[in-house]
Design a protein around this ligand. Structure first.
Ligand code: PRP
Length: 209
């Protein structure tokens, strides 16, 4: 049985649809919304729903052979897994955002609020800008409005959250989308099964592009 960790939520539903269209269906998954584990013994797949930011942990530690995680999570936590395929779902971008008229004053330390501390440190280190990083767990857009930070580093999908809060994208750091990831040992020992799924998903992803 191949264990597959899916990200719970809106993205997860789209991801499961893709697995289903690729021929790895598990009909019971659509019948119950409180259960967390579903399997199709005929196809040898077992799916389970986990918090999106936890998928990589399950895969890295081998509790799941495969999983689907956002590139944001992979860049932030750098889990020791293989990234097999860009599923082209959940597309968004990691951005620096702030008041539209914000001008950086290089003589001052820049205060940056974010949930993505590692990505933020790496980005500003890369451009040689010293920052005071403020780690928050959500509603990051509040920080510049209340004067807690000058700018934020966060995910922008439609841009609605920024607009509604009178903020704008100042820089795009990296595009983000959902990726198929594999446990390194599983990839070696279950290579045939994993390759079948990767190929099926790739075909489906290309058909939908
Ligand atoms: C994410 C992100 C933004 C929002 C962007 O938040 O942190 O707030 O989505 O989407 P948009 O550009 O389409 O408006 P999420 O919903 O994950 O909640 P959070 O604020 O608790 O992180």
């Amino acid at each position: 049985m191949l264990n597959i960790a899916l990200p719970k939520g809106r993205l997860g539903d789209k991801v499961y649809d893709l697995f289903e269209k690729a021929g790895f269906e598990c009909p019971s998954i659509r019948e119950n919304n409180r259960k967390l584990i579903f399997e199709n013994p005929d196809l040898g797949v077992r799916y389970f729903w986990v918090k999106p930011s936890d998928v990589a942990i399950y895969v890295e530690r081998g509790a799941a052979d495969l999983g689907v995680a956002g590139k944001d999570i992979l860049l932030e936590y750098e889990p020791d897994v293989y990234e097999l395929l860009d599923l082209k779902l959940g597309r968004c971008r990691m951005c620096v955002a702030g008041p539209a008229d914000f001008r950086d004053d290089p003589s001052r330390t820049l205060r940056v609020a974010t949930k993505f501390s590692h990505i933020t440190e790496k980005y500003y280190h890369g451009i040689g800008r010293s920052i005071d990083r403020i780690h928050l767990n959500g509603s990051i857009e509040l920080a510049p409005i209340l004067g807690l930070s000058d700018v934020i580093v966060d995910i922008v999908e439609t841009g609605t959250t920024l607009r509604e809060n009178h903020l704008a994208v100042l820089e795009t750091i990296v595009p983000i989308s959902a990726r198929l990831i594999a446990n390194k040992a599983s990839f070696q020992f279950l290579s045939g099964e994993i390759e079948k799924i990767r190929a099926g998903l790739k075909e489906q992803t290309e058909a939908e592009a």
